[in-house]
Design a protein around this ligand. Structure first.
Ligand code: URA
Length: 230
């Protein structure tokens, strides 16, 4: 496909805008500035316009390491820095947050322009596993593993929590695997058994992990990671 057509097809830019950007040297193909509007490109080529990568599907899928103090909400209901601020400039497309974290919770957040994919990642119907590293204030009793496995009633909920796997790592430290995402779920589950979460970090969602990311950093998901939720 011609370069100007590729840009117009896979972004919000019109064909005219795409041509202007190419003419002014604002488009790179595989790292090299290309000024030929008719240059042939394919889905395998990396096309960057004004520093923003255009993907063939037009959809964007990002794994972000949310630091503490950053909001997952994308509206303006609360003041402060949001996860969208951390990926500012990466894409022009509006992004959904697939599974929010509390302001003081750190770890993996998935951001995408693909609303259907976001729904799939977060829907309990598809039961994708989310693993949390938790530290708590009081020692974790042995019976908690079974209580969480069986499910427990949280105040204000009509149904018990789905079976959750607790792997105790130390006296006050564990990995908790959930397949749903009720409001403040991990904190409320520990609260329900008389303990209190001290620190909470989401370390994976499905097969996507934090990997080498540092707090505040993000990366694009691979095709395999995107497909793993479908
Ligand atoms: N459970 C919580 O309590 N908080 C989070 O941020 C995520 C899961």
């Amino acid at each position: 496909m011609r370069l100007d057509k590729f840009i117009a097809t896979h972004s919000d830019a019109s064909r005219t805008l795409a041509k202007t950007a190419i003419k002014h040297g604002q488009v790179k193909v595989n790292g090299v500035v290309v000024k030929d509007q008719g240059c042939k490109v394919s889905d395998e080529d990396e096309i960057v316009v004004h520093g923003v990568q255009i993907s063939a599907s037009g959809e964007v899928y990002i794994a972000l390491y949310k630091p503490s103090g950053v909001l997952s909400s994308t509206g303006d209901d609360e003041e402060g820095e949001t996860v969208l601020d951390l990926v500012d400039g990466f894409t022009h497309r509006p992004l959904h947050v697939a599974g929010r974290l509390d302001k003081d919770t750190t770890g993996l957040v998935l951001l995408t322009s693909d609303g259907a994919w976001s729904h799939r990642v977060t829907s309990p119907k598809f039961a994708s596993e989310k693993v949390y590293h938790v530290t708590v204030l009081d020692p974790i009793d042995d019976e908690v593993v079974e209580i969480f496995q069986e499910g427990l009633m949280l105040r204000g909920e009509e149904k018990a929590t789905l079976p959750a796997r607790l792997e105790v790592l130390g006296e006050r430290e564990a990995h908790l695997t959930l397949t749903e995402g009720k409001y403040h779920q991990v904190k409320r589950m520990f609260g329900a058994i008389g303990n209190k979460v001290d620190t909470l970090e989401r370390i994976s969602m499905g097969c996507v992990t934090l990997g080498d990311l540092e707090p505040g950093e993000f990366r694009e998901l691979s095709d395999a990671e995107v497909q793993s939720f479908l």
